[in-house]
Design a protein around this ligand. Sequence first.
Ligand code: NAD
Length: 437
Amino acid sequence: MSTGGGARGETSGDLFEDAFARVRQAAECIGAHPDVLKVLHYPKETLAANVLLRCDDGSLAAYKAWRCRYSDVLGPTKGGVRFHPGSNLREVMALSLWMTFKCALVDIPFGGAKGAVCVDPRTLSDAERQRLAHAWVHAFVRMIGPDRDIPAPDVSTDARTMAWMADEYARMIGRPEPAVITGKPLALGGIPGREEATGRGGFMVLDAMVQRLGLAPEDTRVMIYGFGNVGSAMARFLDQAGYRIVGAGDSSGAVISQEGLGADELCQAKQKHGTVAALEREGVRQLRSASPLIGGDCDLLVLAALQNEIHAGNADQVRAKAVIELANGPITPEGDGILQRRGVHVVPDILANAGGVTVSYFEWLQNRERQAWTRQRVDETLKRIMRDAARRVDDTATELGVPLRQAAYAVALRRLEAAIMAAAPVTGNGDSPQASP
Ligand code: NAD
């Protein structure tokens, strides 16, 4: 298994090692103190559990589940919980590492975490999903807490799942504690704008970077790979800003139209039939799979499904000038190397999809302060944070002469390094080890 080659374009085949290779590369690039990599090379703590579910038919199902708190040097750990049949420990570790870098990059006082249950949620009734959410809290109650570790929604979990989890936590500790979980419904202390926050933040980053990417909204044709919560929100913002959506797809298929697809009609098809591929009208071509979108004729490709969508086998086919990663880890290191050599700009996940955790931070703050933020306050504060982060990444890319991904890791690592070194044990001579300049 490779530990350092991934960032140079070789894939180790292990999502966590590939993720960590990018950290090593950033450490080399900024000349980070060697102690920093020792602190960050493995999660702070991980718990694996066997989560039991009494099914509607009376049988007992057992699912593997995890919670990984990767690093809390910058604050309590924060990250979603996903229900997915492909989940595994290495994936959870990689996702929690990315959360650590994402929070550091946008400069919010959180560390990174992630959780998962290895389950196909489509096989569960609503009542079973609710019992599974309760069981997850039972299994991980010693990890989570408003000052320790704060879960949130992720793939196939939503506001309702978070309501069930917060309710179970309150029952277990004997009092309501809304700040233990974010992404809750408004009625339970949720925050306006959380559902579309990741798409909105991604759009704000794109807007701040159009010059570097060489895009003008009115001349930009976009394809959206992964039309779920994040992809559909991004589609609405792009449509409103005058971008032309020429393709959209999900796990059941895709639609293409060079004349343009409206965000409204795509959302309606998705809501009514469960897939955008159901959109039928003149000028729209339906595809049985979304994979042709990766090599589709467009200027900007939005990746909003799962990890490893662009890899060595298809990176050569990408025709877009720029790719924005709203999903976590959608491009393998090999795929990344190919895109870089071909001059395709990539706006990296830890910057592009950080809007979600940033608005989660606002939700946590309002719960702690027993206040309610307005929609306007959320949008304005998010805009300031996302634009500042995009500007720092852009400036660092210029300063170090590196692509945006490496610049984003460098910004985050500098922040983590400063915190790690500030508290580092003094040496036998009484000296404090120094962070990189
Ligand atoms: P979601 O489940 O609502 O949507 C995922 C979409 O991807 C669905 O439409 C699904 O059909 C599609 N998809 C899955 N496999 C596919 C495939 N092989 N080909 C094409 N489409 C496929 O999830 P989401 O909340 O929108 O999250 C999407 C991504 O964004 C994930 O990687 C998630 O980790 C990341 N993300 C989400 C948030 C958030 O706030 N929801 C925040 C940060 C990152």
